[in-house]
Design a protein around this ligand. Structure first.
Ligand code: GTR
Length: 387
């Protein structure tokens, strides 16, 4: 009994602000050689590549970019979807390396009223194909296609199962076993979150060829584990114009050094396959991490980033996500993008829209809802007016 009790105490998560404790974040603008970064050039040439490398080696693993061939086949086309309001396409994206291949089924709707190529929301979807019902009989608020089409945007997504199933054992099926088996041997090799982003990159490869889509206006979206993947993807791939993280929490937008809600110990225990093996060593040892998550957000700068939270989703630490965002502002400042976020997290349901940075903490629980999407659309409308 005593043993069980102490084990539980060890595993319990903290939800008490007064117990968060003091922490010191790694310095965003100081290179490994201790040089202070004050120019865009030093950021882009030295510090940004350093930080990308640190995330590869210590958190998510590297993301291979080479393959032998990529082929796109439109397998389903309906120009009269949503009562004539939208065009539906299903695209099989087949990627081949060393004679082995993987196919991703990309689903997309574009608005028929559009007179020019549209900006496109791309969802890294871990909730299964039913949430993106192309018949539109099941209208899931997680992927509110009608509302997005009405607003003049395209909406798309793929099921992560096509690239790396969200499962401790099966995650290897897909790109890891088929295309990049050597990654599995490496302690800084790609795992599930990296693979999901890799899949999103292949979707953009397709969008670049589709005249209905403005490939300069891709908006990456993910919720929770998908939000972690979206941030890591947006950090690496400069083709993403807006990166959206919905309640990504620990190892996503939330600061790891804040002892609040989910911890590195808990996440690496339950979901070891999301990260590279090297990440395990930071369980209960966050202060040794050479990065914290504000640095992930900063990699996206000066491109736009949106961080959404939910007030009852304390597991994902809304305040920790907001603080990471405020810490990332220094890099936006280098680019003369003045975001001036308030030091305190805004009230529940109060949206913050700044040039290049957005945030809200919606009332309610862990989920991605039409309310969240309305805020994303407002932010994108505002951003694309100028970009
Ligand atoms: C939880 C996990 C979180 C988050 C969430 C989700 O179990 O601890 O990090 O990823 O799942 O994806 O909904």
């Amino acid at each position: 009994l005593v043993v069980m009790f102490s084990l539980q105490t060890l595993m319990a998560q903290n939800y008490d602000e007064s117990k968060v404790g003091n922490y010191r974040l790694p310095e965003l603008l100081k290179t490994q050689k201790r040089k202070t970064v004050s120019t865009i050039k030093d950021w882009e040439k030295i510090r940004r590549p350093e930080i990308l490398n640190l995330f590869e080696n210590h958190v998510y693993g590297q993301v291979p970019k080479d393959f032998d061939d990529i082929a796109f086949e439109v397998t389903n086309l309906d120009k009269n979807a949503m009562d004539g309001k939208a065009t539906l396409k299903e695209v099989a994206i087949t990627v081949t390396r060393n004679q082995k291949s993987v196919s991703i089924n990309l689903l997309m709707f574009t608005p028929n009223k559009a007179k020019k190529p549209v900006p496109m929301f791309l969802v890294i979807n871990h909730r299964g194909i039913k949430t993106m019902d192309i018949t539109r009989q099941n209208k899931d608020g997680f992927w509110p296609a009608e509302e997005v089409i009405e607003a003049g945007y395209g909406i798309s997504g793929f099921d992560v199962i096509d690239v790396s199933p969200d499962d401790k054992v099966k995650f290897r099926e897909g790109v890891l076993n088929q295309l990049y088996p050597e990654q599995l041997e490496m302690n800084n090799g790609m795992r599930a979150l990296g693979a999901w982003g890799w899949g999103a990159a292949r979707a953009i490869d397709y969008f670049e060829k589709d005249k209905a889509v403005d490939a300069g206006k891709i908006i990456s979206v993910g919720h929770s584990r998908g939000g972690k993947a979206s941030l890591w993807f947006g950090a690496q791939d400069k083709r993403v114009a807006i990166t959206i993280s919905n309640e990504s929490g620990n190892s996503g937008a939330a600061l790891s050094r804040r002892n609040f809600g989910e911890t590195v110990e808990r996440i690496t225990n339950h979901f070891p396959y999301w990260f590279c093996p090297n990440y395990q060593q930071y369980a209960n040892n966050e202060n040794k991490l050479p990065v914290d998550q504000h640095m992930l957000i900063a990699l996206i700068a000066p491109r736009a980033v949106y961080v959404a939270s939910a007030a009852e989703d304390l597991w994902a630490d809304p305040k920790g996500q907001y603080l990471a965002l405020t810490e990332a502002q220094d890099v936006y400042e280098l680019y003369k993008v003045h975001t001036n976020l308030p030091a305190e997290m805004p009230d529940v349901n109060e949206q913050i829209i700044r040039p290049h940075i957005g945030f809200h903490n919606r009332e309610g629980k862990h989920n991605m809802t039409p309310y969240d999407w309305q805020q994303f659309i407002q932010f994108a409308d505002n951003y694309f007016k100028r970009h």
